[in-house]
Design a protein around this ligand. Structure first.
Ligand SMILES: CC(C)(COP(=O)(O)OP(=O)(O)OC[C@H]1O[C@@H](n2cnc3c(N)ncnc32)[C@H](O)[C@@H]1OP(=O)(O)O)[C@@H](O)C(=O)NCCC(=O)NCCS
Length: 200
């Protein structure tokens, strides 16, 4: 199977739906909040020039099969979810009643991420990396991450940071084989995570 990696700037509006849907295969908070949140998040995030990213498209089907995005301001992107207050309150009430743990996790995570990026002006945070379930285990994640690292280096960042869940063997192996090291392990609500870093 062959695929092509593109910079995020080439993502078409019509691919936003694919990207948000693909994100639901992730295990993190944004996917637990549901499609409307993932869609809103990526809609605003990809318009922000500070966000760096890459995505992979299957050459045969034209389908978006993976992406990796990073930003120096992770908390800013999350805060954009509340810009439209009426939309946010309506959607968050639905989450509160249908998935209360996700609601409380949102509060914990918002506080944690603000702390993490304090005084890190030379660093960029790898936020989300997802490969379509039917395409995993073919080194696409590894290649996407390498492409993202290269984009961040070109943009002048000196370090790339991230957080990965301790149970996520595939993610840990992928990050380590791409030169990330585990700095420490911390709890973020229900998530137990490794804080990782790669010097660029
Ligand atoms: C993590 C993820 C991106 C990996 O993508 P992938 O394309 O399947 O990974 P790759 O084929 O590039 O493999 C990367 C490494 O993980 C290993 N790996 C892949 N699947 C694995 C699995 N299920 N269990 C253990 N190791 C696995 C590979 O052997 C490889 O290790 P190596 O470099 O030492 O050979 C993918 O599983 C995914 O999208 N998961 C859901 C979202 C997620 O967890 N994102 C990561 C957040 S940081």
């Amino acid at each position: 199977m062959s695929y092509t990696i593109h910079p995020l700037s080439e993502l078409k509006a019509s691919q936003l739906n694919e990207m948000s849907t693909l994100h639901l295969q992730d295990h993190g908070l944004l996917s637990q909040l549901g499609y409307p949140f993932a869609r809103r998040y990526f809609e605003t995030a990809i318009q922000d020039k500070r966000m760096i990213g890459v995505f992979a498209v299957d050459d045969q089907t034209g389908k978006l099969i993976g992406y990796n995005v990073a930003s120096p301001e992770p908390a800013w992107h999350t805060s954009q979810l509340t810009n439209d207050k009426v939309w946010f309150i309506k959607e968050i009430i639905k989450v509160l009643f249908t998935r209360p743990p996700a609601f409380f996790q949102l509060i914990v995570s918002s506080l944690t991420i603000k702390e993490q990026m304090k005084d890190e002006s030379d660093a960029i945070e790898s936020l989300y990396l997802t490969v379509d379930e039917n395409h995993r285990g073919q080194r696409i994640g590894r290649t996407l991450q390498q492409a993202l690292i290269e984009e961040c280096r070109k943009a002048g960042y000196k370090r790339i940071t991230g957080s990965i869940e301790t149970w996520n063997e595939a993610s840990i192996r992928m990050c380590q084989s791409n030169g990330f090291v585990i700095k420490h392990t911390f709890r973020e609500g229900k998530f137990l995570r490794h804080r990782i870093e790669k010097i660029l």
